[in-house]
Write a protein that binds this ligand. Structure first.
Ligand SMILES: C[S@@+](CC[C@H](N)C(=O)[O-])C[C@H]1O[C@@H](n2cnc3c(N)ncnc32)[C@H](O)[C@@H]1O
Length: 251
């Protein structure tokens, strides 16, 4: 299954309606979707009346977004570190994009320049992606070590969701809403549904660096984690954080 199909499936496992319902008025609003992938969230925002500009660095996903012909949404290739899309936007939507920037303050400061004064930003991001139990100690240690190493190397911060409000405050935003979203793939109790388990297997397959670390230190890692996710007494500390904030001053 390709990445685009994975994103499509994931869309159904997230409580997106709860997030959209909490957004400021969308009718007529100019909204940026940063890290738009195949355009699912852009399509939903456009359906609610927004004029959406989606930006993503993955040309293949972007081509799929463009091919949908979504009324009210345009899509552009670009680097999220410095999107070249003009400014004066009423709102920014960025879901599961912040974690790619462990030093998120710099990126957020650039994003704030794209908003009109008083504009809003809505961020969705995960924390504790690998915090699932029951799992053998060796596998848990490797996953925690890998997460720390990824953040320290500037690759990805698996705990970014829990840091969003601090980054937003430091960048001159006032947080107006902070909550977690239900998620049938990332933040569920009890055994994973069969399709969710497949998605986790595909995710682990895509994570080449993690597979390298596991080959050296814990060859049973993928089996251990999948068994944990599928077990009757599975529980997790993983959370999907959703934050809305308003720009009060530029950092
Ligand atoms: C995990 S996906 C999230 C997609 C969608 N927002 C969602 O919530 O389902 C992250 C997206 O960000 C894009 N991305 C990550 N880093 C980027 C960068 N530096 N510049 C542009 N796009 C980037 C990826 O191509 C991918 O489409």
């Amino acid at each position: 299954m390709d990445l685009a199909e994975q994103y499509r499936r994931q869309y159904g496992w997230r409580a997106w309606a709860d997030a959209y319902d909490a957004l400021p008025e969308l009718a007529g609003a100019r909204v940026l979707d940063l890290g738009c992938a195949v355009g699912d969230q852009a399509a939903a925002l456009a359906r609610r009346g927004a004029q959406v500009v989606g930006v993503d660095g993955n040309e293949q996903l972007l081509a799929l977004a463009k091919a949908r012909g979504i009324e009210g949404a345009d899509f552009h290739a670009g680097d999220l570190r410095d999107p070249q899309v003009g400014d004066g936007f009423d709102g920014i939507w960025a879901s599961f994009a912040a974690a790619y920037f462990p030093d998120f303050g710099h990126v957020l400061s650039r994003w704030s320049e794209l908003l009109r004064p008083g504009g809003w930003i809505a961020l969705t991001e995960v924390s504790g992606l690998f915090e699932h139990k029951p799992i053998p100690v060796a596998a848990q240690q490797l996953l925690r070590h890998f997460a720390r190493e990824s953040a320290a190397a500037g690759r990805y911060d698996f705990d970014m969701g829990a840091k969003l409000t601090d980054f937003l405050s430091a960048a001159g935003f006032a947080v107006t809403l902070q909550r977690t979203l239900a998620d049938r793939e990332l933040s569920f109790e009890g055994p994973a549904e069969p399709e969710v388990l497949q998605a986790w297997a595909a995710r682990l397959q895509r994570m080449h660096l993690l597979r390298q670390r596991a080959a050296q230190d814990c060859p049973s890692l993928a089996d251990d984690l999948l068994a944990c996710l599928g077990s009757a007494d599975h529980s997790t500390q993983c959370r999907v954080h959703f934050v809305i904030a308003t720009l009060t001053q530029r950092s």
